[in-house]
Design a protein around this ligand. Structure first.
Ligand code: NAG
Ligand code: NAG
Ligand code: NAG
Ligand code: NAG
Ligand code: NAG
Length: 306
């Protein structure tokens, strides 16, 4: 009995390590060097009572972290096959706000991969040059991360432009202002664009905590071109699932639901730390008194996924 168990376990071990090594064959790891963090005392960002010693271990500056999502009803690039995932909100990004709600952007122009910087001129007068090099999609391929690329092309969808330019925009505008993605955090073995891949993985980790479509559907709120909803209905449904009220964004003078932002303080790195969900610090742009459309998508703009 014991012998056969050991035999079975070692066979299983051999099989699973064979699978693991073939899957990971050409994948290059993208972890930062977090060795120094093992001896750091961590506190939630924006709540620290002493100065943070190592900005690779804790988010410094943009410690109010927002996981943001879109509800788009079309992409504008349907003819090129750029479709939305059915019954799923899509990724916008992972943003570093300062603890007071203000934010910095394009903090490291040596990592500028956004072909259409917005804004093109920062409040201090700095010009952000448009990026003309190979798209961030090539970075993902260089790291052997076809799994990541496939996920991003399914759930991180642009409107009116290509997905790659949107991803490059999100990295250069926001991740360069998040201390735990600083190039120095990757140590002496840093490989160019490792931080970009590590950021994309981190965005997806946070996005997966908030299945907005399902959380609303659990409260009976589904897209409809016949019914409308109130702001409280959306807020209560999401608060019931996450313990906090996110920001809800509306277009057309507050009448068409289009985005959601989940707020956090983070204990540890943005890559692997603990996110504490908090109430929004920003007032909703959806009407607080009127009715709100949560539109069904155009059928030809979406596809079944998963
Ligand atoms: C929290 O850490 C930041 C970064 O080290 C520091 O500037 C700030 O003063 C700290 N807050 C307190 C209350 O010590
Ligand atoms: C990782 O960080 C530790 C502690 O700061 C340092 O001693 C080590 O040299 C670093 N390793 C690399 C590869 O940079
Ligand atoms: C926008 O909404 C506000 C408040 O609901 C209303 O007073 C205003 O007339 C609306 N504006 C337009 C252009 O519809
Ligand atoms: C979050 O907002 C809800 C509803 O507005 C409120 O009941 C709750 O006390 C708030 N929580 C915190 C921590 O401020
Ligand atoms: C629902 O309404 C929106 C907004 O007018 C429209 O774009 C969409 O195509 C409609 N969807 C369906 C399934 O009728």
């Amino acid at each position: 009995m014991v012998v056969s168990f050991i035999l079975a376990a070692s066979l299983l071990g051999a099989v699973s390590s064979t699978i693991a090594s073939s899957q990971h064959h050409s994948i290059i790891h993208t972890f930062p060097n977090l060795t120094a963090c093992a001896s750091e005392t961590l506190e939630y960002s924006c709540e620290n009572t002493t100065a943070v010693k190592d900005s690779c271990c804790s988010v410094v500056g943009g410690g109010l972290v927002l996981q943001t999502q879109f509800w788009d009803t079309y992409t504008g690039l349907e003819k090129k096959g750029q479709l939305l995932p059915k019954d799923t909100w899509t990724i916008h990004g992972l943003w570093p706000d300062n603890c007071d709600g203000s934010f910095d952007q394009y903090c490291d122009l040596s990592r500028q991969y956004d072909p259409n910087p917005s804004p093109a001129v920062l409040p201090d007068g700095t010009h952000v040059p448009p990026y003309k090099g190979p798209s961030v999609e090539t970075f993902i391929n260089d790291f052997g991360r076809t799994d990541l690329l496939e996920y991003m092309n399914t759930y991180w969808i642009n409107q009116g432009g290509s997905n790659e330019e949107f991803w490059g925009h999100e990295f250069s505008k926001h991740a360069t202002c998040t201390s735990t993605f600083d190039v120095a955090c990757y140590g002496s073995t840093y490989k160019k664009h490792q931080d970009v891949i590590n950021f994309f993985d981190s965005v997806i980790r946070a996005y997966k905590w908030y299945p907005t479509w399902d959380m609303l559907a659990a409260a009976g709120i589904t897209p409809s071109n016949k019914t409308t909803y109130t702001l409280s209905q959306f807020q209560n449904a999401l608060k019931a699932q996450t313990g906090a009220v996110p920001y809800l964004g509306c277009a057309q003078n507050g009448t068409v639901l289009s985005e959601v932002w989940y707020f956090h303080h983070v204990k540890g790195s943005e890559q692997y730390g603990h996110f504490k969900t908090l109430n929004s610090t920003t007032t909703s742009t959806c009407t607080a008194t009127g009715r709100i459309h949560y539109y069904e998508r155009t059928a030809t703009s979406e596809r079944v996924v998963g």
